[in-house]
Design a binder for this molecule. Structure first.
Ligand code: NCD
Length: 354
């Protein structure tokens, strides 16, 4: 343990409400680390910017205008865990706003192989860029990065968590809720809906971040469908209890709860987190997959979502069903991430006034 390890351990003991103050500046979000930082007002702001960017980008003049918005800023994508969607959508989002980007995708080409600490690499990278977007297998690495830059350096740059271990993936939750809100635009929005989450709820960071965001909506009900071994962890369940968000746990079969759902959010088994070889394979997940024959049990107005990558949780034949929203959901990622970056740099008025 070095002194930073000790100090960060103290920081982590703080209640979430106090911790997230460290990720704010002038009453605004500076670093995007965990979903609990987001409230309805901020989400609505980000979605307003998202809609505006989508509209502006339709014309050449609009695209050129967007290219100017952050052309004086640089972003670094530090993605040392596999990623295609999140990486590309962030890179495209930055480019859309005129930012130049650089990247590290492989620790084996970084000085960490020479024994440099992650903290020192971070300080080095932060001196060449104005924004760091991170994906890492470690649970609290983005949190530590934001804490270190904000409290131990003179030139903090914002940090965005692009996925941290099996803990959180807040920008996925932002795009998921955007997709849900748009899908339910003629049904009163997300308020009052039942969200069914299925798959590896224990180690999947997307369903964790999405669950935390549900506190911003009225009368939400959650159904967690997974075998016992893959059920949602206590920390999220405690959060739901504290915020009076009703949830039910289904451990037998997805089929039984399908008719109740307004949104069916499927996820894959996260076997990269297995501690012993073949551990995930020892649990039977066959009753937690969505096949074409199940569609008759899904409400006609419901949406089917997936953060991707997909394995066999959703049969490919379902893709052409009008309720399949996952490809649209994926495209929404680029727009909501561009909006988040614009929000962080406080340039949204330029966009909204266009
Ligand atoms: C997810 C992730 O990385 O957590 N993918 C993504 O970013 N869309 C989901 C997954 O890997 O299963």
């Amino acid at each position: 343990m070095n002194i930073l390890d000790e100090e960060f351990a103290e920081f982590q003991k703080l209640p979430t409400e106090e911790k997230i103050e460290c990720f704010e500046k002038n009453g605004r979000i500076f670093d995007m680390i965990i979903s609990q930082q987001l409230n309805r007002e901020i989400l609505d702001d980000i979605y307003r910017i998202t809609n505006c960017l989508r509209h502006i980008s339709k014309s050449k003049a609009g695209s050129l205008f967007m290219q100017n918005i952050l052309c004086h800023k640089r972003a670094m994508l530090w993605f040392t865990q596999p990623s295609s969607r999140t990486f590309l959508s962030f890179e495209s989002a930055c480019h859309m706003l005129g930012m130049r980007t650089s990247e590290i995708r492989d620790v084996s080409v970084s000085s960490e192989v020479k024994g440099e600490s992650h903290d020192d690499s971070l300080r080095t990278f932060s001196s060449y860029t104005d924004l760091i977007i991170m994906r890492h297998k470690g649970e609290n690495i983005s949190e530590r990065a934001a804490w270190l830059l904000n409290t131990r350096t003179n030139r903090p740059v914002p940090v965005i968590n692009g996925g941290s271990g099996s803990d959180q993936h807040p920008t996925q939750a932002i795009l998921d809720v955007y997709t849900l809100q748009r899908s339910f635009v003629n049904q009163g929005g997300l308020d009052g809906k039942t969200i069914l989450m299925c798959g590896d709820l224990n180690r999947g960071r997307t369903v964790r971040s999405l669950s935390y965001l549900m506190k911003n909506f009225e009368d939400i009900r959650i159904i967690y469908a997974a075998p016992r071994a893959f059920q949602m962890r206590d920390d999220v369940c405690d959060f739901l209890n504290k915020n009076k968000i009703p949830y039910v746990v289904e451990t037998e079969t997805l089929e039984k709860v399908l008719p109740e759902a307004d949104a069916v959010y499927m996820t894959r088994i996260q076997d990269e987190h297995d501690v012993t070889a073949g551990e995930s394979g020892r649990t039977d997940t066959s009753r937690f997959k969505l096949s074409l024959s199940d569609l008759s049990k899904v409400k006609p107005n419901a949406v089917i979502m997936h953060p991707f990558p997909r394995r066999d949780e959703i049969e490919v034949a379902i893709d052409s069903d009008p309720r399949a929203m996952y490809w649209r959901q994926e495209r929404n990622g680029m727009w909501t991430r561009a909006a988040l970056v614009a929000y962080i740099f406080d340039v949204q008025n330029e966009i909204l006034d266009y």
